[in-house]
Design a protein. Structure first.
Length: 412
């Protein structure tokens, strides 16, 4: 491996660390913030995201590198640990029940925590916007405080701690050991190194780790929270579902959608509610232990245990649907999964719908890029760019169609 030498390079003056990173952008960013703020106040919902991104750019421009360093190395890791501690103590649930602030002494008496310890943690979390400091050792709630009283959301912290953080922490070590090559094997990746386990991610998640018995359920809650509020593929402005309905077979045994690896049927439940008169059957496929854990399912949806590595038993369905499945696997495994579906499709009739992130070449959002690295460390997989999707899907001998944010593969 080549090591880049630094001895002959000109010295960097340390003053750069205490100087704002890009102060020349200040005036432009201020104007953008005002413009997006006005648009948002006038009811433009899309302006909110633009305002957030511009505000982040302003912080990045005016923050010094030293301040950024301390935020990454000190503030954010300790805030993560503090939030998980307060989740375990029930602090968020207590504060969410009232508009009246509570003192640290009151919260300590309710939870049994040492007052001084709890006060130190909450003081830091208030600086990070998790609580509202209303007085000396006194705190109230905000929107984040209240949201973290909901298990669906607060499960993210023990979940990430239980199945991701140790893998992220050993990423530099794993990459150095492997000559800085991307991991391609889920049984030899930062996850297995960080957790000192022989089990790949999903086996570990579903019962192979006795120290985290609730990990599987916490992971499902995290995924549910992640998908909430995102555009739904079945809405009219996303994918033209009506074009699938038109020409669909209507016999009793005909299948309209096979949701492959569909977990507990969230997508199909939503589909039934929005398109109740769709012809044909709706099939939910996943592993037996996933289907057995379903508490309720619309009677229009029929669960079917299936390993997507094996031959697809439903032939000639109108739609084969994959939602956030392929990003869990490397290209070789994705090809195995997709080839089983392509082989089951009826030429000119069946459609393969893939609902996944497409990472743009420039201007990618931090949610996509961070998730890409999480896929790397946990699963030796990735979020794909448009070119990477083309490369993967073109190997199937299928016609690839792209329109806006929707992707379909139709067998030639």
């Amino acid at each position: 491996m080549t090591v880049i030498g630094l001895s002959n390079r000109p010295a960097i003056h340390p003053q750069v660390a205490t100087t704002p990173s890009a102060p020349e952008k200040l005036v432009h960013l201020q104007k953008e913030i005002e413009s997006h703020s006005q648009a948002y106040r006038k009811g433009n919902a899309d302006a909110r995201l633009k305002l957030l991104e511009t505000a982040r750019s302003l912080v990045q421009a005016m923050e010094t590198p030293q301040e950024t360093m301390l935020r990454y190395c000190w503030a954010q890791p300790t805030a993560f640990a503090g939030i998980e501690t307060c989740i375990d103590l029930g602090i968020f649930c207590i504060l969410a029940q009232t508009d009246k602030p509570k003192t640290v002494a009151e919260l300590a008496a309710i939870t049994g925590a040492e007052p001084e310890l709890l006060g130190r943690i909450m003081k830091h979390l208030a600086t990070m916007g998790v609580f509202v400091e209303t007085g000396m050792d006194e705190y109230g709630r905000n929107g984040l405080t209240t949201t973290l009283a909901i298990k669906r959301y607060n499960d993210a912290w023990p979940c990430i701690n239980g199945c991701t953080l140790p893998a992220i922490n050993v990423l530099p070590t794993w990459l150095k050991k492997n000559n800085y090559r991307s991991p391609t094997n889920g049984t030899d990746c930062p996850f297995t190194l960080g957790f000192k386990t022989e089990y790949p991610f999903f086996e570990f998640l579903n019962g192979k780790n006795p120290d985290y018995p609730e990990l599987g359920a916490q992971f499902n809650n995290l995924m549910s929270a992640y998908h909430q509020g995102r555009p739904s593929w079945m809405d009219g402005n996303f994918y033209p579902v009506q074009t699938l309905i038109e020409g669909a077979k209507t016999g009793e045994e005909d299948v309209f959608i096979v949701d492959v690896g569909g977990n507990k049927g969230h997508d199909l439940d939503e589909f039934v509610s929005k398109w109740p008169n769709t012809p044909g059957r709706l099939i939910l496929q996943d592993q037996p232990h996933v289907l057995n854990d379903i508490k309720s399912l619309n009677p229009a949806i029929k669960p079917m245990a299936h390993d997507f590595y094996q031959e697809q038993p439903i032939k000639g369905a109108r739609v084969y649907f994959l939602h956030s499945v392929l990003h869990d696997w490397n290209d070789e495994i994705c090809q195995k999964i997709l080839s089983q579906l392509v082989a089951a499709m009826t030429p000119g009739y069946s459609k393969l719908l893939i609902n996944e992130n497409v990472v743009p070449n420039t201007g990618a959002h931090w949610q996509a890029t961070s998730l890409d690295l999480i896929m790397m460390v946990d699963l030796a997989a990735k979020e794909r760019t448009e070119q990477q999707w083309h490369k993967l899907l073109s190997r199937l001998g299928s016609e690839l169609l792209k329109s806006g944010r929707r992707w379909t593969v139709s067998r030639a």
